[in-house]
Design a protein around this ligand. Structure first.
Ligand SMILES: Nc1ncnc2c1ncn2[C@@H]1O[C@H](COP(=O)(O)OP(=O)(O)O)[C@@H](O)[C@H]1O
Ligand SMILES: [Mg+2]
Length: 240
């Protein structure tokens, strides 16, 4: 897909290093408005680094990152965030010595043009457990609850695009299902998602396209159906 009217986000020829280690070798993909795509791959294939490079947490050495045509490569993380990209990192990042409610309120920022607006009450509808614990210090939440809090806080930034890194890692099945529902709702309201997810069943169910990464490059791009039709791909790039 090249620059159509529904084009939202485009990464092209992204290269990134940690020190002298060349990690991303020309990563390119795009996301349409409101589209959910998954970045798949084995551990160490470069999925998290791709998200960090988009957020400006890892400085891209080369390449371009565009949201609605606007270049973001090399921008500081808070500017990337403010331009309409929400980020849920692999490591749950919450303020442990603030309450659940305070953490959520800190996530709120004005919606950029065209982005739907979310409320704290809606977050409590997704995850009633957070409502029960709204006045509790976030540091005393379980790992799963902290993960929900991180997702909700990012969504309250009213983004056009959410980057979500392994949201269901270590969660109980019931909460995994709630996270799946939330991602489908995000999609329904027109927010695009780049999902990094180890659980293939969820990734294939919620996304319209998948990109498989290997050794810091995209080695396959297609629909979940295309991926299922290439069992050798699964063996080569996804099996553990
Ligand atoms: N902070 C870091 N410093 C040095 N190397 C890193 C760092 N983070 C990740 N790497 C390396 O970069 C490569 C890609 O990692 P990552 O993007 O985290 O992969 P994935 O998310 O697909 O598991 C791996 O070889 C990993 O060891
Ligand atoms: Mg990772």
């Amino acid at each position: 897909m090249a620059g159509g009217a529904d084009q939202l986000f485009q990464v092209s020829d992204l290269n990134a290093y940690y020190g002298k280690s060349h990690i991303l070798h020309g990563v390119s993909f795009d996301v349409a408005r409101g589209e959910v795509i998954s970045l798949l791959g084995r551990n160490g294939s470069g999925r998290s680094t791709t998200l960090k490079a988009i957020m400006g947490l890892v400085m891209p050495a080369a390449g371009s990152i565009r949201l609605q045509g606007r270049e973001l490569a090399g921008r500081r993380p808070f500017l990337v965030c403010r331009s309409g990209i929400g980020y849920v990192p692999e490591e749950r990042e919450i303020f442990t010595n603030l309450t659940v409610d305070e953490n959520l309120r800190l996530g709120v920022q004005p919606a950029v043009a065209g982005a739907p607006v979310w409320t704290i009450e809606q977050m409590f509808d997704y995850f009633p457990r957070l409502k029960e614990r709204r006045n509790t210090m976030a540091g005393s939440l379980s790992g799963g609850e902290q993960q929900m809090l991180t997702m909700c806080r990012a969504l309250l930034g009213n983004p056009l695009l959410m980057l979500i890194d392994e949201p269901t890692e270590g969660l109980a099945p019931k909460i995994v299902a709630a996270v799946g529902d939330m991602i489908r709702d995000i999609h329904r309201r027109g927010v695009a998602v780049i999902l990094v997810e180890q659980k293939l069943t969820i990734a294939l169910k919620v996304s319209s396209r998948v990109c498989v990464m290997g050794h810091g490059q995209i080695v396959f791009e297609g629909t979940p159906g295309d991926l299922a039709a290439h069992p050798t791909l699964l063996d080569e790039w996804l099996a553990v």
